[in-house]
Design a protein around this ligand. Structure first.
Ligand SMILES: [Zn+2]
Length: 414
């Protein structure tokens, strides 16, 4: 497990060493280059954003592109919302950053925190109203501001967004970041890869109030703008959406890992019907059953919270299709939770027909993370107590209810 919060981003320079002046010059140059790179990244994405802003006239019909400060009744708004919605849709449609209803964003305007609603998808941000206004300071529990009519609830992570002073806060489940954040040696690896950036490592905490407190502690200790959450993902704090985007791209590029090539199954998924389950055809998911290194990751135990919430503590693992029915019967007799996914070694991954919407995206996430972990990588899976705390968690039941059982979209008969 990662060590507790550590201040990062400062340069360890010994003033007594004779090499101090050159080192300082190098460090300063590196800092300048980092800032330059961030500005270039910002510029690179600016044109895309402008296009999206023009497509996304704000809900009150004000002209897009203006930077005027407006109100909807007592609720303040500005064009940052349109920019955030446009950018959130792009983040949400990138499965290496966001999977299903995971991840969340926020924008502070005066005494209002606009936050993603629980259970909604960032991918829908440019076609649905997924942001809800919440009064600051937060009520307990946080609730949507009076005057804003919606059936949606604020994100489970609302307290995390409010805990940071930054105007824009972005939280994503980057598979590259997760591949580092689930390692037992994450502190040393991240210190090397994120050198020169203003960042902090936050130890694993249950999402919600516990995680918000840990992120707040990390901010107080380091004043960082990038937070790597152990066994979870990334949080970025910035003055505006453009800077958040630039920081996010910088972190992800620093942490990028080339995934192993997808391994083809030696035989097609068996043409045997397994009532209630279907094979996932995405080979990045199937690799969890076929690629020995990915299978080892899948068997190591849950690595991050959304996997537990959507897919449970563990899959059923069998060596052949005819072992599935008796294994399911044994699990049922033993009072075990419903089996949400099955690994048929060397062949396929099956998912329950009634799995929550977004479950396949969570399997894709695990496949992507596993493909980025070399054989023998030291892993720090979630502890049993942490897994138990996520299962049957009241706050998650609402998000699960939002993810109504997916309509079975058979991808391959087994
Ligand atoms: Zn998260």
């Amino acid at each position: 497990m990662a060590t507790p919060v550590e201040a990062q981003g400062s340069c360890d320079v010994d003033p007594n060493r004779s090499t101090a002046p050159p080192l300082l010059v190098v460090i300063e140059l590196r800092h300048i280059m980092t800032q330059f790179n961030l500005k270039m990244i910002f510029f690179d994405h600016r044109l895309t954003q402008i296009r999206h802003i023009w497509q996304l006239c704000d809900p009150v019909g004000a002209r897009c592109g203006q930077t005027t400060h407006r109100r909807r009744g007592s609720i303040p708004m500005d064009d940052g919302l349109a920019i955030l919605r446009a950018r959130s849709a792009i983040w949400g449609r990138d499965p290496t950053l966001v999977q299903g209803a995971g991840g969340n964003v926020s924008l502070k305007i005066d005494d209002t925190l606009w936050i993603k609603a629980s259970g909604t998808w960032l991918a829908d941000a440019d076609r649905q109203d997924i942001l809800v206004p919440v009064a600051l300071p937060l009520a307990d529990p946080p609730r949507v501001k009076d005057g804003h009519r919606t059936a949606l609830r604020p994100s489970i992570e609302t307290s995390l967004h409010a805990a940071l002073p930054h105007r824009v806060v972005v939280h994503v489940h980057s598979v590259d970041a997760i591949a580092h954040a689930v390692r037992s040696d994450a502190p040393a690896i991240l210190t090397q890869l994120l050198s020169g950036l203003s960042w902090a490592l936050v130890p694993y905490r249950k999402p919600g109030l516990e995680l918000a407190a840990a992120v707040r502690d990390a901010y107080v200790a380091t004043k960082a703008e990038i937070f790597v959450l152990a066994n979870h993902g990334i949080v970025i704090g910035a003055d505006d959406v453009d800077m958040a985007e630039a920081l996010l791209r910088e972190v992800v590029s620093r942490l990028e890992i080339a995934p192993r090539a997808v391994v083809q199954p030696s035989a097609k998924p068996h043409n045997v019907s397994v009532p209630g389950y279907r094979a996932v055809t995405d080979l990045r998911v199937a690799a969890l059953a076929i690629d020995p290194a990915s299978l080892a990751v899948a068997l190591a135990g849950p690595l991050y919270p959304d996997h537990v919430v959507f897919l449970g503590a563990a899959p059923l693992v069998v060596g052949a299709y005819d072992e599935i029915a008796p294994a399911l019967s044994r699990a049922q007799r033993g009072g075990h939770p419903a089996v949400r996914w099955i690994i048929v070694r060397d062949n396929a991954v099956l998912i329950a027909d009634d799995a929550l919407r977004g479950s396949e995206e969570m399997l894709r996430c695990l496949g992507d993370v596993a493909a980025r972990l070399a054989p023998g990588t030291p892993l720090a899976p979630l502890a049993t107590a942490d897994i138990d705390a996520l299962i049957d968690w009241d706050a998650e039941r609402y998000r699960q209810a939002m993810a109504t059982p997916a309509v079975a979209t058979p991808t391959c008969a087994v």
